[in-house]
Structures are given as C-alpha cells and as structure tokens.
Design a protein around this ligand. Structure first.
Ligand SMILES: C[S@@+](CC[C@H](N)C(=O)[O-])C[C@H]1O[C@@H](n2cnc3c(N)ncnc32)[C@H](O)[C@@H]1O
Length: 221
C-alpha cells in the first residue's frame, strides 16, 4: 500500500474495465471517502468544472489518443487544454508519455521493424511534444526519462504465449495500423523463444529501457 499524498481525487478513463481495475487498486481510498468521482469518459473532454483540482495526472494516456491528420496530435493538445482548465491557477499537470525515440528501447516493440515503424509514426517526437505543450498554453517545469519498465518481466501483462493479444491491442491505438500477419509473425517468434527457454535472454539482450528509459515524465503548468 502506498500513501497517495492527496486529499481527494477523481479517476477517469474511457474503459469500464480499466475503471474496475482502478476501483480495486483504490479500494482503501474509496472506503476512506478520498475518491470524489469515478468517471467513464472519453478525452479530450474532462467532465469537471474550471479550477476543480490542484493537480492532474495523465498517466500513459496521451500517446493512446489518435495522432490526428498530419500528426497534429489534436486530441492530446485538447486534453492538455482541458487539464489546464480544470486546474487551480497554480496547479500542476504531471504527464507520463511514450515519445517515438523511446519506443526503440523496449524489447517487445523491437520484435518487428514494421511494427516499430508504425508505432513510432503515431507517437510524438520530443520536438513535436514541445510544440504540443506550447499549443496548449502550458510551460514545462521538468522533463525526465523514467528508467526501467516494471511491466517487462510481468507475464500477467505480456504473455509470452500470446503476445500482443487481441484484447490488449484493442485498447492500444498505436497498434491499429499493424497487420494480422505482422502480429502473427511476432507472436510465433516470441512463442518459439519462450518454448526454447530463450525468452529471458532475448529480452536481456534487446531491452534498453534500463539504460535509456521508456516512458518520459513531464511536469507542466
Ligand atoms: C496504458 S493505459 C493507462 C491507464 C491508467 N492511466 C494507468 O495509469 O494505469 C492507457 C489508458 O488510456 C485509456 N484511453 C485511451 N483512449 C482514451 C480516451 N480517449 N479517453 C480516456 N481514456 C482513454 C485506455 O482506456 C487505457 O486505460
């Protein structure tokens, strides 16, 4: 258990399943009346009044929004504006995000150059991200790369016998342009490495998240 360090919070996601997970994870806080709302809603809209919160956390969600025509990242920019709107004037927005260059650090996105290419093509570059922050009228107080990636060895999250399974891909917009054949090819490759007992070694050789990070953290105002 950890101390959230917040008085009260609201939880928001488009997926009913993810909100069930949130209800389980925050059971103690819900019981203690620290959760003011649990809202199934689709960003960019944030269904709260202006100035409601001291802080907003957008945790690994912005890169799941459609990148828009010509990579204008319209949905992410509008979400940032909404986050600003629901904040107190001196409030802070914490954002964790996958930038295109960081995708290359994760072993499971390196299994296929075609898939990696498609994922990079819908994730913002560092330069695009700076423009998005500016377009939303925000300024960045802090940027850092989060090293390591807790999910890498977690077989509950990434099943070696069924990597990139349909249910997982359904919630990840970045996979929408991958083909059945590409997924099948990667799936067979991982299954075979797993059966030969070589998967852990392959991950160790191909994963660069420990040295170079995977997700970036930004604090904006
Ligand atoms: C990697 S998960 C992160 C979930 C959660 N924020 C957390 O920290 O565990 C990405 C989440 O983005 C949500 N998502 C994708 N598009 C969304 C949208 N338009 N509005 C709200 N949530 C969305 C998905 O339902 C999914 O739960």
């Amino acid at each position: 258990m950890f101390d959230m360090g917040v008085g009260r919070m609201a939880l928001l996601d488009a997926s009913a399943d993810m909100l069930c997970v949130a209800r389980e994870k925050f059971a103690v806080e819900i019981k203690a009346n620290k959760v003011s709302a649990i809202a199934q809603t689709s960003l960019p809209k944030i269904p709260f009044d202006d100035g409601t919160f001291d802080a907003v956390l957008l945790n690994t969600v912005l890169h799941h929004l459609p990148s828009g025509s010509g990579r204008n990242f319209f949905h992410a920019v509008e979400t940032l504006k909404e986050a600003r709107r629901v904040l107190q004037p001196d409030g802070v927005i914490a954002i964790t995000l996958l930038l295109d260059t960081s995708s290359t650090n994760a072993w499971f996105l390196n299994l296929s150059p075609e898939i990696l290419d498609k994922i990079c093509s819908v994730s913002p570059s560092a330069e695009e991200w700076n423009k998005m922050v500016f377009a939303a009228g925000l300024k960045c107080l802090l940027k850092t790369n989060l090293h390591g990636f807790g999910l890498l060895g977690d077989e509950d999250y990434i099943e070696y016998n069924n990597i990139f399974k349909q249910e997982w891909r359904n919630s990840i917009v970045m996979f929408e342009h991958t083909t059945k054949e590409e997924i099948e090819h990667v799936s067979q490759k991982v299954k075979s490495l797993h059966m030969k007992g070589e998967i852990k070694g392959w991950i160790k050789d191909h994963d660069k998240t420990q040295q170079f990070g995977f997700i970036s953290l930004f604090l904006c105002q």
